[in-house]
Design a protein around this ligand. Structure first.
Ligand code: ATP
Ligand code: MG
Length: 443
C-alpha cells in the first residue's frame, strides 16, 4: 500500500471519474517502495493527451507528440502520459513512432528495467507483471524482456543500468550484464546530451566509484575514452603504484561522503556562486579529469555539451588545483586575486580530497599546508580585503576625473592600484588610491 501525494491522488481519481484508467508509474513507484523521496511523480493513463487536457484546467504540452501532458497544480507539474508502445527503433536511438495502446501491460512492457515497470493506484494496488518487486527485494537491475533486444532498441539503457546500480547500490543481473558488455559499442549512436545526463546522475549518486564498472564493461571506452587513458596512467600513493583512475574514483567516493555531510548538516555552507548540485558536479568532474591537461578536460566537457559555466569552472579548477600557495597574507591575497574568489572554496575542497585520497590521514604535511592556506583565506574574507579589481574603491570614472583616458592605459593603472592594495590592504580608500594613481601616471 502506497501513500500517494494529494495532487497525484486527485489526478488519478479525476481521470477515473471520467472513465479512464490511471496509475502512478515508473521511478516514483520504485522510489516509494525503497523509502526514497521520488524526484517527480509520473502518471500513466488510458486517456489520450487531448482527453487529459479537457479534464484539467492548467496543462502544458510538454511532449504531446510522445503522449505527455504536464498537469499543473500551483508550481508543481505532473507528467501524465498516455499508455503507449514505442514503435520500431531507428539507429538505437529514436522510436520511429509512438503508438497509443489501451493496455497498461503494453505500456509497462516498453519500460527499461523491471524495477521501473511497476504501476500503482488505490483501486488495483500494485501492478507488477515483470516481478519488479522481487528484483527490488534482491536489489538487482534486470531488463524487461530480452536484454539484448532492449539495448538494441535504445542503447542509452546500457548506461542507465550502471547509473541505477550506482544510485541504488544494486547489482546488475547476469543476463542484463552480459548484454551490457556485448552491446556497449552501441552507445556510440547516443546523443551527447543523453549521455551527459546519465554520467552526471552517476557522479552525483552515493556510489560514483561505480564508474569503475562502466570502465570494466567497456562503456567509458565509448562515452568517456579519456577516462580509459587516465586508467592507463600510473600514480604512486601510500597504497603503492596504482592506476590514476582508481585514485580519482577513490577521491570521488570521498567527495560523495563529504557532500552528504554538507547537504544534511549545513545548508548555509552552499556557495554564493553556484547551486549545490552544480558545485558538486564541478568538483566531481575536476577530480575525475585532473590527470588531463586543463584544455583537454575542457574539450571533454564541450563534447558532452556541458554549459559554458561548468566548462569554465572545471577548466579553472584543473588549471589551479596544484598551485603552491605562499603562506603569507600577501602571498595569499595575490593567489586569490589570480585564482578568483568564486573558485576558492571548491578548490580547497578538491585539494583536501586529493590529499585524503593519497594519504592515510589528513595529519600530514600537505594537509597542514592546506589548513594554513585556508585559514589565511578566511582572514581575507573576515577582513573583507580587496583582492579583485571590482572591489577597488576607485573605478574608471574616478580615474577619468584625474585625467586618465579610458583604454589600455587605464587598465594598467587599475592593475597597479590593485597590486598596491594586495601588498597593503589599508590603501583601499579613495584618497590613497587617487594619490597613487597620480603618482603612477606622472612619470
Ligand atoms: P530518475 O528520475 O530518478 O532519474 P526514473 O526511473 O524516474 O529515475 P526517468 O528517466 O525519469 O527515470 O524515466 C521515467 C520512467 O520512464 C522510468 O522509470 C522508465 O519506466 C521509463 N524510461 C525512461 N527512460 C527509458 C528508456 N530509455 N527506455 C525505457 N524506458 C525508459
Ligand atoms: Mg524520473
Amino acid at each position: 500500500r502506497i501513500q500517494l501525494p494529494k495532487d497525484v491522488d486527485y489526478i488519478i481519481k479525476e481521470l477515473q471519474k471520467h472513465g479512464y484508467e490511471a496509475y502512478a508509474v515508473g521511478g516514483c513507484v520504485r522510489d516509494v517502495i525503497l523509502g526514497r523521496e521520488p524526484e517527480d511523480w509520473d502518471i500513466t493513463t488510458s486517456a489520450s493527451p487531448q482527453q487529459v487536457k479537457e479534464i484539467f484546467r492548467r496543462t502544458i504540452d510538454t511532449g504531446i507528440l510522445h503522449g505527455t501532458v504536464t498537469v499543473m497544480f500551483d508550481k508543481n507539474g505532473y507528467e501524465v502520459t498516455t499508455y503507449r508502445i514505442d514503435g520500431e527503433y531507428e539507429d538505437n536511438r529514436h522510436p520511429k513512432e509512438v503508438t497509443y495502446t489501451p493496455y497498461l501491460s503494453e505500456d509497462l512492457m516498453r519500460r527499461d528495467f523491471t524495477i521501473n515497470a511497476m504501476a500503482y493506484n488505490e483501486e488495483s494496488g500494485m501492478v507488477d507483471i515483470f516481478e519488479g518487486l522481487m528484483d527490488l527485494e534482491n536489489r538487482c537491475i534486470r531488463c524487461v524482456g530480452s536484454a539484448e533486444k532492449r539495448f538494441d532498441e535504445d542503447a542509452l539503457r546500457i548506461l542507465r543500468a550502471v547509473r541505477f546500480s550506482a544510485q541504488l547500490g544494486f547489482t546488475i543481473e547476469e543476463e542484463t550484464l552480459m548484454a551490457v558488455r556485448k552491446m556497449a559499442g552501441h552507445l556510440r549512436n547516443i546523443s551527447a546530451e543523453r549521455i551527459r545526463t546519465e554520467l552526471n546522475k552517476l557522479l552525483l549518486s552515493p556510489n560514483p566509484d561505480r564508474l569503475l564498472s562502466a570502465y570494466e564493461l567497456g562503456i567509458t571506452k565509448i562515452v568517456l575514452s579519456e577516462f580509459d587513458r587516465v586508467m592507463d596512467t600510473k600514480k604512486t600513493t601510500y597504497l603503492g603504484e596504482e592506476p590514476l583512475g582508481n585514485y580519482a574514483l577513490r577521491c570521488l567516493k570521498i567527495l560523495e561522503n563529504t557532500a552528504a555531510v554538507w547537504s544534511t548538516d549545513n545548508d548555509e555552507s552552499s556557495s554564493v556562486y553556484l547551486s549545490k548540485e552544480k558545485e558538486h558536479l564541478v568538483i566531481a568532474w575536476s577530480i575525475l579529469l585532473h590527470g588531463l591537461a586543463a584544455n583537454e578536460a575542457k574539450e571533454v566537457l564541450k563534447r558532452l555539451k556541458f554549459d559554458n559555466e561548468t566548462i569554465d569552472y572545471v577548466y579553472r579548477m584543473i588549471t589551479w588545483y596544484n598551485y603552491e600557495f605562499i603562506l603569507t597574507p600577501y602571498g595569499m591575497r595575490k593567489a586569490v586575486s589570480n585564482i578568483g574568489k568564486d573558485l576558492m572554496d571548491m578548490l580547497f575542497c578538491m585539494r583536501k580530497i586529493l590529499i585524503q585520497g593519497e594519504e592515510d590521514s589528513l595529519d600530514c604535511e600537505k594537509g597542514e599546508g592546506l589548513k594554513q592556506a585556508q585559514s589565511l583565506y578566511e582572514d581575507i574574507l573576515k577582513r573583507n580585503e580587496c583582492v579583485e579589481l571590482k572591489n577597488l574603491v576607485v573605478n574608471g570614472k574616478d580615474l577619468i576625473e584625474l585625467g586618465i583616458k579610458p583604454g589600455k592605459n587605464m587598465g594598467l593603472v587599475l592593475k597597479e592600484l590593485l597590486e598596491a592594495v594586495l601588498r597593503e590592504p589599508s590603501l583601499n580608500n579613495k584618497e590613497s588610491l587617487k594619490n597613487l594613481a597620480v603618482e603612477i601616471i606622472l612619470p
